[in-house]
Write a protein that binds this ligand. Structure first.
Ligand code: M3L
Ligand code: AKG
Ligand code: FE2
Length: 421
């Protein structure tokens, strides 16, 4: 098990991991029948789903449609959806959780085909739909992804022939918007075509799906090679693959690029699926994956050019995974903006550099590179928590406009259109 092998990381991590692996051991599905437990089998009609339960001293165990779930008693009382505990108009809890005895245990338990009925010592009754419980149990969640994705390299993305949505469909139809968002969530990139090449129209496109995230670059930003800002992006130089705003505590979720004009050569955009690369690392070099997902480091933006004075610092690991299902949710990768490494003990620094090298090698494989030339009219959306971007050096006059989007609002729009996000 990879987390055991990680014990050398930090003492805190080691203590946590020992606890987790002990608890996981305890959680192996099995039906316990100690003398303190009560076992009930619900006699089922042939088509009904089999259900049984055990009232253990410290938790409730429910076997339903093949899955063994375990619930803490305070959790069961706290999640009661009765009218006095939960307001279905606001979808908010009314129960004061602090009023629940921490050693509470149901006085009576009953199950029928669809529902679990718990009666608490004070007589209050809680009803749980068995389907609701299996959806919302920890065991159910560990088997689900928060966001389903299709990981890609150049060949996979090209063969998928993902269609761009046209400006009018995107702005005027919910289907256009939904198709666009579905592809964007699946691939982490998406294109809108036929957008008038102005900043105002680009802004309209952005605001169709989200609030714009205003940053030190403003709300809508312009990018020309005029060094109007103290960053390599504002030159004609090539930029290696990276994610933006790694130096924010919460890096910007999404980014939008529209090339309004380019008279010159070069300047193609490079896109690389960071999660595809990271999953390769997880599969072939699990210890390197663990290093990159546990060791926090700083990124920094220091600017003193013209009237612009900024000093931003963001701290976090390169790879970010949800602890309960190990799903990747964010990559923070920018070698330009990575700050002095001073959050890592000297004897781990070498491990971090070699893990970073393994990821970088994967990210740089030519077969993982998707190159596109942005043209006026074509707006590119990039999931900045997943897909890295870069650019080729260029000549001549080049003008990009764009903005960052607030991730929560993009996902909100997607959920309201019925997408899983
Ligand atoms: C996109 N825009 C031109 C506004 C900013 C560029 C920011 C560049 C910075 N090095 C970073 O990677 O975050
Ligand atoms: O010039 C480009 O194509 C992209 C530059 C860049 O990385 C950025 O603006 O974030
Ligand atoms: Fe960038």
């Amino acid at each position: 098990m990879w987390c055991r092998r990680l014990a050398w990381l930090f003492p805190e991590t080691r203590r946590l991991l020992t606890k987790v692996s002990k608890r996981q051991h305890q959680w192996t599905p099995r039906l316990q029948r100690s003398s303190a437990s009560v076992v009930r089998w619900f006699g089922t009609a042939p088509e009904a789903r089999e259900c049984s339960w055990v009232l253990h001293a410290d938790h409730f165990e429910l076997l339903y449609s093949g899955t063994c779930m375990r619930f803490d008693y305070v959790w069961l009382r706290d999640h009661c959806r009765s009218a006095s505990c939960y307001n279905t108009k606001t979808n908010q809890r009314s129960l004061d959780t602090a009023s629940v005895e921490l050693d509470i245990k149901p006085a009576q338990v009953r199950v029928d085909e669809t529902t679990l009925y718990l009666t608490w010592p004070d007589g209050h009754m809680t009803r749980y739909g068995l389907e609701w419980l299996s959806q919302n149990s920890y065991e159910g969640q560990t088997q689900q992804l928060v966001q389903p994705r299709i990981l890609w390299n150049d060949k996979i993305y090209k063969e998928a022939n993902v269609p761009a949505v046209s400006y009018l469909d995107f702005l005027e139809t919910n289907e256009g918007l939904r198709d666009f968002l579905r592809n964007f969530l699946l691939y982490g990139i998406a294109f809108v075509d036929d957008v008038p090449a102005t900043q105002e129209d680009t802004e309209n496109v952005a605001e169709r799906i989200s609030h714009i995230r205003e940053t030190i670059y403003g709300k809508m930003w312009d990018l020309k090679s005029d060094f109007s800002r103290g960053d390599t992006a504002y030159t004609k130089l090539a930029l290696d693959r990276h994610t933006d705003t790694t130096y924010f505590q919460e890096p910007c979720g999404m980014q939008l690029f529209h090339c309004l004009r380019h008279e010159g050569t070069g300047g193609r955009t490079l896109l690389v699926d960071g999660f595809h690369a990271a999953e390769q690392v997880r599969q072939h070099h699990p210890e390197d994956f663990a290093v990159l997902s546990h060791i926090p480091l700083k990124h920094e933006y220091i600017e003193n050019v013209g009237g612009c004075h900024n000093h931003m610092v963001g701290i976090g690991p390169v790879l970010n995974v949800y602890p309960w299902n190990k799903e990747l949710y964010m990559i923070r990768y920018n070698n330009y903006d990575r700050a002095v490494i001073n959050t890592v003990p000297y004897d781990l620094v070498g491990r971090w550099y070699s893990a970073h090298r393994v990821l970088t090698t994967e990210l740089r494989k030519p077969e993982n590179e998707l190159w596109v030339k942005l043209k006026p009219g074509k707006v590119l959306f990039v999931d900045n928590w997943r897909v890295l971007h870069g650019r080729e050096s260029f000549t001549g006059f080049r003008h990009l406009c764009g903005c960052y989007l607030t991730r929560d609002d993009v996902l909100n729009t997607a959920r309201l259109l019925g997408l899983k996000a």
